[in-house]
Design a protein around this ligand. Structure first.
Ligand SMILES: Cc1cc2nc3c(=O)[nH]c(=O)nc-3n(C[C@H](O)[C@H](O)[C@H](O)COP(=O)(O)OP(=O)(O)OC[C@H]3O[C@@H](n4cnc5c(N)ncnc54)[C@H](O)[C@@H]3O)c2cc1C
Ligand code: SF4
Ligand code: SF4
Ligand code: SF4
Length: 390
């Protein structure tokens, strides 16, 4: 039974879809992540869930063919996390009147996977959302589209891509028109912390949010900022200063499975892998304009055929897997576990979000400095008035 997966479970929901007895349901755990729960009274111990679970899969495909640095045009890159490869590949699907599956924000700023058949909805998929996306509602739609003979592009984390691929295999669906593109993935973060963070930034009123961009390029591609457009004034926070980015980059709030991820290597069962080309110093200087460069791995024969069809739509340079690996942990090893993670979550669950960021981010220091300044001013004013009265 799937219960043995425990902390390796990445929340893909495949087991829910394939259990012949409908014995598995997804619940939200105390960290805000989706987690399967089995109704033991219905389960017939057939082990189908366990045999197909992506968390227990070993990926042996080392057939990656090519590595490229890719730059789409400036207008596309303005809205893309890196070099806009996603737009290039999804344009191919739109031209073929197919369907694109990717991550968007819903009306309350949670991250979910949806289907796009037009460039407007596809546009909402642009931009990295550093929160775990819920793909549960996509499985059946994807299967239906495939059965209808549509072109399909599924983009997501490697574990989500593995789950969707496995699902189509189990359903014996024809996959010749299915393109799967994973992202270089360091880890996904807690939807519960994300919600608390947004409430903190918006003083509890999420209705003021107009747009969120985790990878705003206001200061260029290399300086990472989160930018939240709000009716009562925009917020921008740098990678080093923003409290959410601090919790993320210090590995406090990632899904536990991300620290034991079995997809953190160059072997990929997808057609393409996309990420940021952080080893840009290894490219000719003129190629880098600080507007974003995608790293693209072409992993399959199908990927190569598509690549040959779309490669004139953007600028590209060939690179090597050794260069690709230089600045990319997701191609080498799972993200390190922070030994303080448990303590942070204990603090969060007992004392809440504000206490947690005060203790584990620079927010605490900022608050202390603010308090000190206020106290000094108060003391000075008190002394002045006392002297005046005297
Ligand atoms: C959680 C996460 C961790 C990442 N870690 C790394 C990393 O360590 N190194 C690295 O080089 N790149 C990483 N990336 C990928 C990188 O940020 C870009 O998404 C990638 O380079 C594609 O850029 P683009 O300009 O082609 O795509 P864009 O046009 O910006 O499109 C973004 C694509 O990412 C998908 N996406 C966005 N958010 C999510 C999500 N929460 N879950 C699943 N899919 C999502 C969208 O569906 C879309 O296909 C990560 C992305 C995410 C979402
Ligand atoms: S990784 Fe996916 S298939 Fe495996 S137990 Fe978790 S939700 Fe189920
Ligand atoms: S063992 Fe079989 S019946 Fe039991 S939860 Fe898994 S798939 Fe369902
Ligand atoms: S790090 Fe691994 S387990 Fe975590 S979301 Fe990415 S692919 Fe899935």
């Amino acid at each position: 039974m799937i219960d043995i997966v425990k902390n390796k479970c990445n929340g893909c929901g495949l087991c829910v879809e394939i259990c012949p007895k409908e014995a598995i349901h997804m619940n939200i755990d105390q960290e805000g992540f989706l987690r399967p729960r089995i109704d033991a009274s219905i389960c017939v111990k057939c082990d189908i869930c366990e045999n197909h679970c992506p968390a227990l899969m070993s990926i042996n495909n080392d057939t990656y063919k090519k590595v490229y640095a890719v730059k789409n045009n400036d207008e596309v890159r303005k809205y893309s996390a890196s070099g806009g490869f996603f737009s290039a590949i999804s344009d191919y699907i739109l031209r073929n009147e197919g369907a694109i599956y990717g991550a968007v924000y819903n009306s309350v700023w949670q991250v979910i996977h949806v289907k796009a058949v037009d460039s407007e909805t596809r546009g909402k998929m642009r931009g990295s959302k550093y929160v775990q996306s819920d793909i549960l509602k996509c499985y059946k739609d994807i299967l239906q589209d495939v059965k209808n003979g549509e072109w399909i592009l599924f983009t997501g984390t490697p574990c989500q891509c593995a789950a969707v691929t496995e699902y189509l295999k189990i359903q014996k669906a024809p996959i010749d028109k299915v393109i799967v593109c994973d992202i270089l993935c360091e880890g996904v973060t807690s939807p519960r912390i994300w919600e608390d963070y947004l409430r903190f930034i918006c003083k509890k009123n999420l209705a003021v949010i107009k747009n969120i961009n985790f990878r705003s390029k206001i200061e260029g591609w290399k300086k990472i900022y989160i930018y939240i457009e709000k009716e009562d004034g925009d917020y921008r926070g740098s990678f080093d200063e923003d409290v959410y980015y601090q919790l993320f980059s210090r590995h406090y709030i990632m899904r536990p499975s991300c620290h034991v991820c079995n997809f953190a290597h160059v072997n990929r069962n997808t057609d393409f892998t996309m990420g940021d080309f952080w080893a840009y110093q290894r490219l000719p200087e003129t190629f880098d304009d600080d507007k974003g460069i995608s790293m693209v791995l072409v992993n399959s024969e199908k990927g190569k055929l598509i690549w040959d069809t779309i490669r004139d739509d953007f600028e590209y340079l060939e690179s090597t897997i050794d260069i690709a690996k230089e600045k990319q942990k997701p191609l080498k090893t799972p993200t390190m576990y922070n030994p303080d993670r448990k303590r942070l979550w204990a603090c969060y669950l007992h004392k809440g979000f504000l206490k947690t960021i005060s203790r584990y981010t620079t927010y605490g220091r900022a608050v202390r400095i603010e308090r000190k300044i206020k106290k000094t001013i108060k003391n000075a004013v008190f002394k002045l008035t006392r002297n005046h009265d005297a």
